[in-house]
Design a protein around this ligand. Structure first.
Ligand code: NAD
Ligand code: WQD
Length: 336
């Protein structure tokens, strides 16, 4: 029996593949490399000592997906495959609705046809919108401010409805906060295309000399130092959360939702200082106006995952800063 990872060559999927294999699961990856590189598979082989079965193609292609389910004995799916750039989703909404929503519906139809009814889904803290107050708990109302966020809100609803209509389904929605860092080996990590949108890849690219300086988007928020506060979580902690969520999912029915965060927020300036102190590299920065759509503070109440999954983030901010830098300094051009 195998676990199928859609988007398993991506940042979160590749780290989860490592932790699943370490925990004794057999893994199959499907990815179209729209936001990743085939080199990831070589790196995964070096880390795990295994040739992970791989299918190259899009989950929008039903015939292709059907074949994967015919050829393998699949027990459950962890569904990472999606587009995730907020700004691009505002410019090209149809690209996002098609890939994320139609991709998910196609996957669910194929799973249904093959009677594979266990799914763990990559959701996001973005579904808490801009009005809820941190710490964020799972039962708060969801909303969105951009097409990417709407795709997550809609996919959550679709999955909840599928589980309601057919009690054989087991659906786990994982709401990730801000995943950063990389595997300790420095062999896999986050490799964004072009100029990074997210804070930590931007910092590491300044550190490695690819970018001149960090722009800090606003220092007038109502936070300890005026800069935005987020719940940064080490990617390996996040990946381990998937293993525990999958185990729980395999013995459950219906749907359930878990925040995967540390429960603690750090400001942009705290992060910059922690990166400099841990890695002895200076990060020049300038203060710029606030970025549209940003909120002051966002962090999880992570107690439900602790109680029901037995999961808790273990790694420190220093671990996150050190591992992010090891990955970037060993791979200045990502997987290229
Ligand atoms: P990523 O882009 O690194 O990984 C996604 C992978 O899916 C990529 O390898 C891409 O090539 C693949 N893919 C996309 N569309 C596909 C399709 N139609 N068919 C096959 N493969 C396809 O992103 P990530 O950071 O690993 O994110 C994984 C999931 O977690 C996404 O659903 C994302 O929305 C969600 N998420 C990410 C974050 C974050 O900050 N990284 C936060 C919250 C939620
Ligand atoms: C973090 C903080 C910025 C870049 C995004 C998505 C969210 C989720 C995770 C997928 C904020 C500040 C950033 C920079 C800065 N992804 N910042 N200079 O916005 O919390 O979340 O990724 O689901 O949906 O919106 O993460 O890393 O972009 O920003 O000052 O160059 O860093 O203003 O306070 P965010 P981020």
């Amino acid at each position: 029996m195998s676990i199928l990872l859609t988007g398993g060559a991506g940042y979160i999927g590749s780290h989860t593949a490592v932790e699943l294999i370490t925990a004794g699961f057999e893994v199959i990856i499907v990815d179209d490399f729209s936001n990743s590189s085939p080199e990831v598979l070589n790196r995964l082989k070096t880390i795990t000592g295994q040739n992970i079965p791989f299918y190259e193609g899009t989950i929008l292609d039903k015939t292709f997906l059907n074949n994967i389910f015919y050829e393998n004995d699949i027990e459950a799916v962890i569904h990472f495959a999606a587009f995730k750039a907020v700004g691009e989703s505002v410019e090209q909404p149809l690209k996002y609705y098609k890939n994320n929503i139609t991709g998910t519906i196609t996957l669910l139809e194929v799973m249904n046809a093959h009677k594979v009814k266990n799914i763990v889904f990559s959701s996001s803290a973005t579904v808490y919108g801009i009005n809820n107050i941190s710490p964020l708990t799972e039962e708060l109302p969801t909303s969105a401010t951009n097409p990417y966020g709407y795709t997550k809100v809609m996919m959550e609803q679709i999955l909840i409805d599928v589980a309601k209509a057919d009690p054989e389904w087991s659906v786990t929605l994982l709401r990730y906060f801000n995943p950063i860092g990389a595997h300790e080996s420095g062999l896999i990590g986050e490799a964004p295309n072009g100029v990074p949108n997210n804070l930590v890849p931007y910092i590491t690219q300044v550190a490695v000399g690819k970018l001149k300086e960090l722009s800090i988007f606003g220092d007038d928020y109502n936070t300890l130092d005026g800069t935005g506060v987020r719940d940064y979580i080490h990617i390996v902690d996040l990946a381990k959360g998937h293993v525990l969520a999958l185990k729980q999912n395999l013995g459950a029915q219906g749907s359930d939702i878990f925040n995967l965060g540390t429960g603690k927020g750090y400001s942009v300036l705290e992060l910059v200082k922690a990166f400099e102190a841990e890695n002895h590299v200076a990060i020049p920065y300038v203060i710029k106006p606030r970025r549209a759509g940003d909120i002051a503070t966002c962090y999880a109440d992570a107690s439900k995952a602790n109680k029901k999954l037995g999961w808790k983030a273990q790694k420190t901010l220093q671990d996150m800063m050190r591992d992010s830098w090891r990955w970037q300094s060993q791979n200045p051009n990502g997987y290229q």
